[in-house]
Design a protein around this ligand. Structure first.
Ligand code: NDP
Length: 604
């Protein structure tokens, strides 16, 4: 141990050997690398298009629209709703929300799988709680409440007026003569809008693994993002009695799977979980909202809590951790390994401390698997050997316990994935597991260009295509606007500081957008657009952080965060983001608004 270090690296004191763990992580990572990278997945199109069926809405006909609105918002999830809410607050009356779903909700419209719930505390994840004077019914609210909240926001801000549901945008063109966007859809619409907001959201297009035979399966099959309760019976709360006499297989053990597997385990005659990489699953400690705590909340409580959560995750190790859950514990734990002040460390020591804190936390989570799962071989296979943020950290109080049911079998594929799908089942290591129902919990399209994920292109000034402009990654000003695309805003992780609490980011962006629109209206402007210089400057700032994040992620086990282990990809999930973190990013936006001269933007 080095005398100078204000922390220990001695395996005896730490309770684990960092060198051994480093080697184990590399070994586990290397065996999972597939040369195909993202190419190993298939889109749910063609003969796989049945995986995209909307089980929740009745199809309906309507005449094509050619009318005009001031604002068109594409996407009716929390992002689009926040945009609509913040625009209503500045007095925008003419708003049209467009979504391919049959109602508001976005993620929570599609993800109705049993057990679906927010994995960030609902008191900070659910948006607009102060405005709607609403307190969630439990700490980690379940999908029906999250969906209902979307509907309540839409009603509160009168956003149902003029909506176009079950409508897919196919292309959007800027008409310079009339200074309007023309929105084309799969229903033959050619609607006009002065402004557009793209709040399509990431992780929306289900993907399937390109396992040989994936299209051959003759039993019943669906993706978790399109749960078929018509087949399983029951609801989000479980009670899938139709599965009581069925053998069910589920492929994937990511954030979605850990939430639905406990219900499948309870309801199926037999459940086979096909695992490639385990998720780290820590305790959740969900609980109904305490009426006494609720009664003490004072106006503005939601905003204060959201900001406190962000500060805690951003490294401000305050004593006032309002949320105090698994997420904040990860960050506080990392700091806690140091005796003294983290600020006194050198950069190298800081990296080492973060690694040691990460090892320690992951070791605790691995030990948790051994203490809960009775069969120790299964417990061993459920242990995650990678750094905490290589994958979305998981939290659940019934997931690991499910493997103690005699009807549930973990089929670990030793990092290789399923070998083949037949008409009747799934083959792993030469053994066929026959199933009546096969569920894909295999995630959503990532790593492709923005316009591939949104499903439509934008043609801006001078015929500039967004697909071409962003073919090698996003180029924006403050992650919100882009040159040659006037009166156009984009919401999401788009060259912004990343935070696990996505709705906080969306709200900051929606508020920034409303500020810009309000300024443009006050100045009597027809258009507002990022200048080339403003965009270049922001891109240069984002690029200056690029290397460090990529170096860290490249050491990770493959997944969509690191382009399936495939190294640099300008369209990767967090590629090109502002690396200074969300706390700093929000401060940049706030300071920019306070300066009040719309620097980096052109108003005409
Ligand atoms: P993921 O992409 O995280 O998981 C896909 C799973 O499929 C992985 O376990 C993957 O294994 C596995 N897989 C892929 N191909 C194969 C194969 N050939 N054989 C066996 N297994 C395979 O998707 P999720 O839907 O779980 O989660 C997506 C994201 O959605 C999350 O990261 C999170 O951001 C969000 N989410 C949020 C929730 C919330 O807030 N409540 C809840 C659920 C999800 P491998 O790891 O080896 O690639």
């Amino acid at each position: 141990m080095s005398e100078a270090k204000p922390y220990s690296t001695d395996p005896a004191e730490l309770g684990f050997d960092p060198a051994v763990l480093r080697e184990k992580y590399n070994f586990e990572r290397d065996k999972r690398i597939k040369k195909e990278g993202f190419g190993q997945y298939k889109d749910a199109v063609g003969e796989l298009a049945e995986y995209m069926i909307d089980h929740y809405a009745e199809p309906f006909e309507r005449e094509p629209l050619t009318d005009e609105v001031e604002f068109a918002i594409i996407g009716g999830g929390y992002g689009g709703l926040l945009a609509g809410a913040r625009l209503r607050e500045i007095g925008v009356e003419s708003i049209r929300m467009i979504d391919k779903a049959g109602d508001f909700g976005g993620t929570w419209y599609w993800n109705r799988y049993p057990g679906a719930q927010c994995d960030i505390e609902a008191y900070v994840y659910m948006p607009l709680l102060d405005e709607l004077d609403y307190v969630p019914s439990e700490r980690y609210a379940h999908a029906p409440e999250l969906l209902q909240h979307s509907i309540d926001i839409a009603k509160h801000y009168d956003l149902y007026k003029d909506t176009c549901f079950q409508t897919e945008v196919t292309e959007i063109n800027w008409d310079e003569n009339i200074k309007r966007w023309i929105i084309y859809t799969n229903r033959g619409d050619a609607m006009k809008a002065q402004y557009i907001t793209m709040a399509n959201g990431p992780l929306t297009r289900p993907k399937l693994p390109g396992i040989p035979g994936v299209e051959k399966f003759k039993g019943h099959t669906f993706h978790t993002g399109r749960w078929d309760y018509g087949y399983t019976g029951g609801s989000c709360e479980g009670g899938m009695t139709n599965l009581n006499d069925k053998r069910v297989g589920i492929i994937g053990t990511g954030a979605t799977a850990i939430q639905c597997i406990p219900h499948l385990g309870e309801d199926s005659k037999a459940l086979y979980v096909f695992q490639r990489t385990p998720t780290s699953v820590d305790a959740r400690h969900n609980a109904p909202t305490d009426p006494a705590w609720k009664a003490k909340l004072t106006p503005g409580w939601h905003k204060r809590r959201v900001e406190n959560f962000n500060q805690t995750l951003g490294g401000a190790y305050t004593d006032d951790d309002m949320v105090g859950d698994g997420w904040t514990d990860i960050f506080r734990n990392i700091g806690g390994i140091v005796v003294g002040n983290v600020d006194d460390l050198t950069d190298e020591q800081r990296d080492e401390v973060f690694e040691l804190g990460d090892f320690q936390k992951m070791q605790e989570i691995r030990d948790r698997a051994s203490s809960i799962v009775e069969d120790q071989e299964t417990a061993e296979n459920l242990k995650a050997y990678y750094r905490q943020f290589c994958k979305r950290p998981g939290f659940h109080d019934e997931y690991l316990q499910t493997y103690n049911r005699p009807s549930v079998t973990l089929v670990d594929t030793a990092g290789q994935g399923v070998d083949e799908i037949t008409e009747t089942g799934v083959i792993v290591n030469g053994v066929e597991y026959e199933v009546d129902c096969l569920i894909f919990s295999t995630g959503f399209e990532t790593g492709t260009s923005y316009t591939s994920q949104s499903g439509y292109d934008l043609i801006g000034k001078n015929g500039t295509k967004l697909s071409e402009k962003w073919a090698n990654g996003l180029r924006t000003h403050h992650g919100l606007t882009t040159h040659d695309f006037p009166n156009c805003f984009v919401l999401g992780f788009t060259q912004t500081g990343v935070t696990p609490n996505a709705t906080h980011m969306l709200d900051e962006q929606a508020s920034q957008m409303a500020y810009i629109v309000n300024e443009a209206r006050t100045r009597g402007a027809q258009t507002v657009e990022a200048t080339q210089e403003g965009e270049d400057e922001w891109c240069a700032i984002c690029e200056s952080y690029g290397d460090k994040t990529e170096q860290l992620l490249v050491q990770c086990t493959p997944g969509y965060y690191n382009n399936e282990g495939g190294g640099a990809n300008k369209n990767g999930f967090i590629s090109g983001q502002y690396g200074g973190g969300a706390v700093q990013f929000f401060k940049i936006l706030k300071d920019w608004r306070e300066e009040g001269n719309l620097e980096g933007m052109e108003v005409n």
